[in-house]
Each structure stands twice: as structure tokens, then as C-alpha cells.
Design a protein around this ligand. Structure first.
Ligand SMILES: Cc1cc2nc3c(=O)[nH]c(=O)nc-3n(C[C@H](O)[C@H](O)[C@H](O)COP(=O)(O)O)c2cc1C
Length: 234
């Protein structure tokens, strides 16, 4: 019997569709496709939606929402497909130390209905731990890809890992597994000569891009493959 094709969904939280975040996501998609998944890319800025409106329909006793946000807008059919997906990859530029507002709004709508306000105690190799009850029936491998202007050493100095890894923690809490992949020191403009800046040099940026961005893209490709393989183990 032919094996069921796994479904992987990719969400671009950048307003730009051909730049750093989109390229990372497309590379992850290629890896996922080559691992046999059926892939779909959603550009969040194309969709008319807002974040959670705190209606709590998903937290009602005997709620019928079944993990899909009750709000009826253009995001709803996408959330319905995401609920059926086996792999979820969220990509965003860092805007003022966080994923973009659109990505944050999307995460509220994606995560909150799958989580509950219930907890359970589970035996682990580290003893009994309290864990959120979720309504998913299997682990959904997820990842957050974050691209940023900041160089790697500076992002550590200013405390980005602690802030940014919170996103992966939320994803892991709800979906059971998550990874974070960064692309640092990204090349932002097609033509640096048109812009005012002295925070960085175009030459350094170009050199960094030429030396590192290929590696970042390959890491994204491997991530896509890995997540699909992990989903297949479920
Ligand atoms: C409004 C805005 C805010 C930004 N804030 C940050 C920031 O806080 N830290 C950072 O490292 N880069 C920041 N950046 C740079 C972007 O994160 C970076 O260029 C990213 O790779 C762009 O992704 P894209 O090419 O997919 O659009 C900001 C860019 C914009 C437009």
C-alpha cells in the first residue's frame, strides 16, 4: 500500500516575498519536499486577519472548535489546513527584538486553540512533570526560522536568544517538538548606495552574505528534511 503523503506548511511572516526569510523558508520547503512531503507556503501579509480576540470559544466546556480558532476571517481556512498538517515551519524577520506583528498575531490564532487551560502530570526520565494538555493527537514537528540584521555575537550580547527562544518553547509546549534556526547579519537592501547608514558597512554585509547565507540556506534545507523525517516516525 502506498504511504500517506505527509503535509508540511510554511508561513512567511515577512512582508517581503523574495528576501531572506522567504529564501530560508523555500529552502526548508525543498528539503521537506525531497523527504516526500506535500508542501504549502503561506505569505501572512497577503491575508486579511488579526490576532486572537480573546473570545475563549476554544476554552469553553465541550468546545466544538477542535483546535481551530473560532474567528471567521481569511485566516480560518488556512488554520483548518494547518490543523491537518504534519509539520509546521514559521519564518519571520526580527522586528524590534521579536518576530513581526503579523507572525505574532498568527501564532496566537494557531497555538491558543490547540492548547488548553488544563494540565496533566506525566512520568519522564527526570521524574514527574506538569505539562499542558493539548488537543492534538500526535507530535507535530515545528520550527521557527528567524532572520535578523544583527550579527551573531552582538545578538547574544543584547540577549536575543532568551527572547527569541521563547517562541520555540511555546511551539514545543503546544505541538510537542520545536527547533529554532537563525540567519544573522542579513543583507537587507538590493542597492545599499540608495540608503543612509553607518551602523554597518555594505562590504562587510556582502562578504558575510557570500560566505554564510549559503550555509544558512543549507541548514534550512536540512531542517525541512529532518522535520518531515521526524513526522514520519509519529
Ligand atoms: C521594522 C523593522 C525592524 C527591525 N528590527 C530589527 C531588530 O530589532 N533586530 C535585528 O537584528 N534586525 C531588525 N530588522 C532587520 C530585519 O530583521 C532583517 O533585515 C531581516 O532579515 C529581514 O527579513 P526579510 O529579508 O525576509 O524581509 C528590522 C527591520 C525592520 C524593517
Amino acid at each position: 500500500m502506498e504511504e500517506k503523503k505527509l503535509k508540511a506548511m510554511f508561513f512567511n511572516g515577512s512582508p517581503r516575498k523574495i528576501n531572506n526569510t522567504a529564501m530560508m523558508l523555500k529552502s526548508a520547503m525543498k528539503g521537506a519536499e525531497e523527504s516526500g512531503a506535500e508542501c504549502e507556503l503561506i505569505n501572512l501579509y497577503d491575508i486579511d486577519f488579526k490576532g486572537c480576540k480573546s473570545c475563549f470559544a476554544c476554552k469553553l466546556k465541550n468546545s466544538k472548535t477542535n483546535g481551530v480558532c473560532a474567528l471567521r476571517d481569511d485566516l480560518r481556512p488556512i488554520l483548518e489546513r494547518a490543523r491537518q498538517a504534519d509539520v509546521l515551519v514559521l519564518g519571520s524577520p526580527v522586528y524590534y527584538s521579536y518576530p513581526t506583528g503579523e507572525m505574532r498575531s498568527f501564532m496566537e490564532r494557531l497555538l491558543f486553540p490547540v492548547g488548553t487551560y488544563l494540565y496533566e502530570e506525566v512520568e519522564t526520565e527526570n521524574g514527574v512533570v506538569r505539562r499542558h494538555v493539548t488537543i492534538r493527537d500526535k507530535v507535530i514537528p515545528t520550527a521557527m526560522i528567524l532572520t535578523m540584521n544583527c550579527p551573531e555575537d552582538y545578538m547574544k550580547v543584547i540577549g536575543y536568544p532568551a527572547i527569541l527562544e521563547e517562541n520555540a518553547k511555546c511551539l514545543a509546549d503546544i505541538f510537542g517538538y520545536s527547533e529554532t534556526l537563525y540567519a544573522f547579519n542579513t543583507y537587507q537592501f538590493h542597492d545599499y548606495s540608495r540608503y543612509d547608514f553607518n551602523l554597518f558597512s555594505e562590504e562587510d554585509k556582502r562578504r558575510y552574505r557570500d560566505e554564510h547565507f549559503g550555509i544558512d540556506l543549507n541548514n534550512a534545507y536540512e531542517l525541512g528534511k529532518r522535520l518531515v523525517e521526524k513526522a514520519r516516525e509519529q
